[in-house]
Write a protein that binds this ligand. Structure first.
Ligand code: BES
Ligand code: MN
Ligand code: MN
Length: 454
């Protein structure tokens, strides 16, 4: 197998780069034709690798690419999920090479989607090809592939697709490579994802923009008010002040926290990697805990008033912000959304009206570490990294994972190969060539271990 991988790695990389050249941005409708092109490209490569029953399944939004390879009904079935859509690449000027002209520099593939998630999806395509062709025993279990084009905008149509195709998607476990690990010499498997409650808020004051000299001092300024309201959402201990916010939070035991603290996480490197002299967060928790087992609230964007060249003396009629909360078990996005809406309206000062518009949400999940599938993944990584992976709770969100559990009754294994330093969603996103190849090498071991354990 090592031979098949090394003999073909240049071609594998070239094919991935070709795919990364297609700007499959889901957030912006102007890229719609590229979304379709990226789905077609993926289907073509899956077909070439030997995946059967390939379809481009239309949805009300972007299509889902489905295919499978059923060897033997008595063998277990793995449903592989990933996404071929990518985040917008803005701001383009901060990229050292253009986001859709991928290059390999210093052992990394630079492009939007290199890690999240096209590069990781492509590991699965090539791992499958390798099992089909490397003469090492073929494909040891049944595999279904389902790749969507709307993960970065909330997976709404995938949810509908899953509900409508439960039979077709029947499997024993879900396998996803869309997360990260601690370091290349510290393999880990994420066993949790946070949920999400995301809102756009508008605060309105006077019925029109006002001259700040004629009216300033005698009216509540909506931008000032919004800033005060936002500032009040955390207390001096970094805790969120929304009443009831922590009521359902699953508190970890001292033992569980001690176990977590064993993970090789360096606070100094964390700070250094993002250019900060100090970290911040909820009192009593480490940075690793704050970014995984604790819920958070962050402003993602804020605007209003005059932001153009020069100065304009004005009190704006309105101010806006996008505010998201990351959730942990056993918070639910519906509960937190209701609490946020009620609280945010209640803290508006006199003269300010508040509108809260919820965007997509998602539920937190914790995946089991005592399952056959988790063990198969941990053993696979142990083989290819020469070190046993540690389980970690992740800070990001993949809302569909909780849905797979409720709708299909299936647990997920998050076999991700990215690194926090890969700059996903940021300028200069990249993915290590090492990580890409390690993923291709590891995935077949997962299938073999999983099939053998049944
Ligand atoms: N792949 C990421 C999530 C992720 C990254 C989880 C790294 C764990 C480690 C996914 O594509 C993503 O960006 N999710 C969004 C939520 C979605 C609803 C837009 C997120 O976490 O912000
Ligand atoms: Mn992703
Ligand atoms: Mn993403």
């Amino acid at each position: 197998m090592a031979n098949y991988l090394s003999d073909n790695q240049t071609r594998f990389l070239d094919e991935l780069l070709d795919w990364l050249r297609i700007p499959s941005v889901s957030a912006d409708p102007k890229f719609h034709a590229d979304i379709l092109k990226a789905a077609d490209y993926l289907k073509m490569r899956l077909e070439e690798a030997g995946v059967q029953n390939l379809e481009i399944c239309p949805t009300a939004g972007n299509p889902i690419v489905y295919g499978d390879y059923i060897t033997d009904a008595s063998k277990p079935t793995v449903l592989v999920y990933g996404h071929y859509d990518v985040q917008p690449a803005d701001p383009y000027e901060l990229w050292t090479s253009p986001p859709f002209e991928p290059v390999i520099k210093d052992g990394n593939i630079y492009a939007r989607g290199a890690c999240d998630d096209k590069g990781q999806v492509y590991m699965h395509v090539k791992a499958f090809e390798m099992m089909m062709r490397d003469g090492q025993g073929g494909v040891p279990c049944n595999i279904k592939f389902m790749f969507e084009g709307e993960e970065e905008i909330g997976s709404n149509n995938l949810e509908i697709f899953v509900r409508a195709n439960k039979e077709k998607l029947q499997a024993d476990v879900i396998l996803i490579s869309d997360t990260g690990m601690l370091a290349n010499d510290a393999p880990s498997i994420e066993v949790g994802l946070r949920g999400l409650s995301y809102h756009e808020v508008t605060v309105t004051g006077p019925n029109r923009d006002l001259h700040s000299g004629l009216y300033g001092g005698a009216v509540q300024n909506p931008i000032n008010a919004l800033c005060e309201m936002i500032a009040s959402l955390h207390d001096a201990d970094g805790r969120i002040t929304i009443p009831g916010f922590y009521d359902n939070v699953d508190e970890l035991s001292a033992d569980e926290r001690a176990e977590m603290a064993k993970a090789p996480f360096s606070e100094d490197e964390f700070k250094k990697s993002i250019g900060l002299p100090a970290s911040y967060g909820e009192k009593g928790y480490s940075s690793m805990e704050r970014t995984s087992i604790r819920p958070t609230l962050d402003v993602n964007g804020i605007w209003g008033g005059y932001t153009g060249e020069g100065a304009k003396t004005v009190i704006a009629s309105q101010a806006h912000a996008k505010i998201s909360m990351r959730l942990v078990p056993h918070q639910t996005s519906a509960e937190i959304t209701a609490l946020f809406q009620a609280h945010f309206a209640s803290i508006a000062p006199a003269g300010i009206t508040v509108q809260v518009r919820p965007h997509h949400g998602g539920e937190p999940v914790v995946t089991p570490t005592d399952s056959v599938a988790y063990k198969a993944a941990a053993d696979a990584m142990t083989t290819t990294f020469g070190k046993r992976p540690v389980p970690t709770r992740g800070g990001g969100s993949i809302p569909i994972v909780a849905m797979f559990k409720t709708e299909l009754g299936l647990d997920t294994v998050l076999l991700g190969f990215g690194l926090d330093s890969d700059a996903i969603h940021s300028p200069n996103e990249h993915f290590g060539v090492f990580n890409f190849l390690k993923g291709i090498e590891t995935i077949p071991h997962f299938y073999r271990n999983y099939a053998a354990a049944q």
